[in-house]
Design a binder for this molecule. Structure first.
Ligand SMILES: [Zn+2]
Length: 379
């Protein structure tokens, strides 16, 4: 980069800084958080995709069968196979023949109503996969992961920056100082670096892998259908520590623990931290790609951060554990939609407006609960 370019880039940054910061500061000075009377969503025109949950847990490969309902899904799956660098040409042909048979054997139907589409198999069919089928499907999954991990930068955790940003913005809205909000912000991502907690004994190996590899810890996840994961109780624990420290005047510790508590509630604002366990174990690269999409559209692109900045509503919270469960229930309704959209649109999912709306709706709910959590701690 030439010196001139560096200087002009610097000027642009200074200008951006000087025009946006005072605007936000004025907003904070003029506005106060107000209780949300009802759930008002940012986008009401979201198309929800539900992939028959009765089949979801029979096999993690159900998505590959489900996409057979449409030509687009079939061609996309072939594309994953064709672009694989580790599959040999004859293996690719073999896999495609296998899939054609599989899709014939398990015809899939979609049931549409006004707001949602349900993907299920024709009645009377059961999915019975042989060991050989599973080996073939595993190869397809490998090709999908190969595609996503080579194309979308992998490795940024959802929320490393998001957690900090949500915590800081929410804290400032209650009129707390930069110093104390900074403490909350600086500790909001800490739990991602704590010792990972595995699921309790008795779960199958794939589930163990989901917890330890995909969501990193039993504490960073909650599935409202199964009541699995301990994000709600973690949030409750740290919120209560923060509350008692705040009332005893130990503000440093109060804001530190508030940062921890906010981490756990923010985690379950991500639909992929609330379910789809078996799929995400097999197609882990889709999970990472989605997290990366949110991070890279945080400050620029769709600027998801503005959803948090523009919200002034909060949910009054009397029980942080229940609040975390409620947020998880909200975002969980979208987990299939997120996964399905990414799988079926390997090149264009980042521009998909339905996916953007889903993400913004989840962030708006996260913002309301985060504001509520701070109010809970401050009393
Ligand atoms: Zn986390």
């Amino acid at each position: 980069m030439t010196a001139k370019k560096i200087i002009s880039l610097f000027l642009v940054l200074v200008m951006v800084g000087s025009t946006t910061t005072p605007v936000i500061a004025t907003k904070i000075a003029e506005n106060k958080p107000i209780p949300a009377k009802e759930k008002s969503e940012l986008h009401k025109d979201i198309e929800i995709i539900k992939i028959d949950p009765n089949l979801e847990n029979l096999t993690p490969y159900w998505i590959i069968i489900a996409v057979g309902s449409e030509e687009k899904g079939r061609l996309t799956t072939f594309k994953y196979i064709d672009t694989s660098k580790s599959l040999k040409d004859y293996e690719k042909e073999e896999l495609k023949r296998f899939l054609q048979e599989l899709w014939k054997k398990y015809p899939v139907k979609t049931i549409r109503d006004k707001k949602s589409t349900l993907v299920t198999i024709e009645s009377g069919n059961e999915i019975l996969l042989t060991e050989e089928d599973k080996i073939m499907l595993e190869r397809v999954a490998m090709a999908v992961n190969e595609y996503f991990s080579s194309k979308y930068e992998i490795g940024i955790l959802w929320n490393v920056d998001t957690h900090q940003s949500v915590a800081f913005i929410s804290c400032k809205k209650w009129g707390e100082s930069d110093y104390y909000c900074g403490i909350t912000r600086d500790h909001a991502d800490d739990p991602d670096y704590w010792t990972q907690i595995p699921p309790p004994p008795g779960y199958p190996e794939w589930y163990w892998n989901f917890i330890m590899q995909v969501v990193h810890s039993w504490t960073h996840y909650y599935n409202p259908d199964w009541a699995t994961g301990s994000a709600p109780s973690e949030c409750k624990y740290y919120a209560n520590v923060a509350k008692s420290k705040y009332s005893s005047g130990d503000k440093y510790s109060a804001f530190q623990n508030l940062g921890y508590a906010s981490h756990f509630i923010t985690d379950v604002g991500n639909p992929l931290h609330t379910g789809l366990e078996s799929w995400q174990t097999v197609f882990s690269s889709i999970h990472y790609s989605y997290e990366n999409y949110i991070s890279s559209n945080w400050e620029s692109g769709y600027r998801f951060k503005s959803v948090i900045e523009n919200n002034w509503y909060y949910y009054p919270i009397s029980n942080p554990e229940q609040a975390t469960k409620d947020l998880a229930t909200y975002s969980h309704q979208y987990d299939d939609t997120v996964f399905w959209t990414i799988y079926n649109n390997p090149n264009t999912w980042q521009n998909d407006q339905n996916l953007r709306k889903v993400t913004e709706n989840c962030l708006l709910e996260t913002a309301k609960y985060s504001l509520g959590l701070i109010k809970y701690v401050r009393g």
